[in-house]
Design a binder for this molecule. Structure first.
Ligand code: PRP
Length: 215
């Protein structure tokens, strides 16, 4: 029975493909792919396709993909009709609360506005602190929003910290740690259990090996 694997395009892509290659999977074409989006495994009955992070969940929930590799940030903001099976420990970054230097939104009184691409994550973060804030949804370059005075702070992803630093922003809190996860369609987990678990075990072996190597 064939498997379909949805891979998130962009930042996670290279590291995810490298892990699949280390598992011995036939992913050579994914390394030199041009604009193609669908790839057959050259060794096994597996099809890979490249999707945007949010769409990875959609393809999994609709059963088009059996397995997906996607960031925890997307899972925290998106749907939940899938099984989260494995932390790949790649694509590590975190959600932070940041703002203009010396202007911590957590210490501000009165109306607080927070800019973010992740309104649900931001809402949960402030609600858990008993704070009622106005969330302003922003699609990208979130760091610009406090600089221009649109909001008092942002909840955004920080990887190297370069974007925050170069825009004069300060980190006030870490809201969550993030890494890439393997998710599985619920029906596939029942109907293709052996095939799905074989992929999970192969990936888990690489994760554990890397963890031992780092000790
Ligand atoms: C993300 C995030 C930050 C940046 C952080 O944006 O929203 O802007 O990466 O990375 P750094 O800490 O290494 O500087 P992304 O590049 O995904 O694009 P965006 O501008 O569309 O948000």
């Amino acid at each position: 029975m064939s498997l379909s694997v949805a891979l998130t395009k962009g930042r996670l892509e290279k590291a995810a493909v490298a892990m699949l290659e280390e598992c011995g999977y036939g992913v050579e074409r994914l390394k030199d792919k041009g604009r193609a989006l669908v790839f057959e495994d050259t060794r096994r009955d597996v099809r890979y396709f490249l999707v945007k992070a949010n769409d990875c969940i959609t393809y999994i929930e609709h059963g088009i993909a059996d397995i997906g590799i996607v960031g925890k940030d997307t899972l925290m903001e998106g749907g939940s009709d899938y099984y989260e099976m494995l932390d790949l420990k790649i694509g590590k970054c975190c959600f932070v609360l940041a703002g203009m230097k010396g202007c911590d939104p957590l210490k501000k009184s009165g109306h607080i506005r927070i800019g973010t691409k992740y309104p649900k994550v931001a809402e949960r973060y402030f609600t858990s602190r008993g704070m009622d804030v106005e969330i302003i949804r922003i699609e990208g370059s979130v760091e610009l929003a406090p600089v221009l005075g649109l909001c008092d702070g942002i909840i955004d992803i920080m990887e190297t910290g370069t974007t925050l630093r170069e825009n004069g922003l300060e980190v006030f809190d870490t809201a969550a740690r993030i890494s890439a996860r393997v998710i599985v369609n619920k029906a596939s987990f029942k109907l293709k259990r052996d095939e799905v678990m074989a992929v999970i075990s192969d990936l888990e072996r690489i994760v554990n090996r890397d963890a031992e190597g780092n000790q």
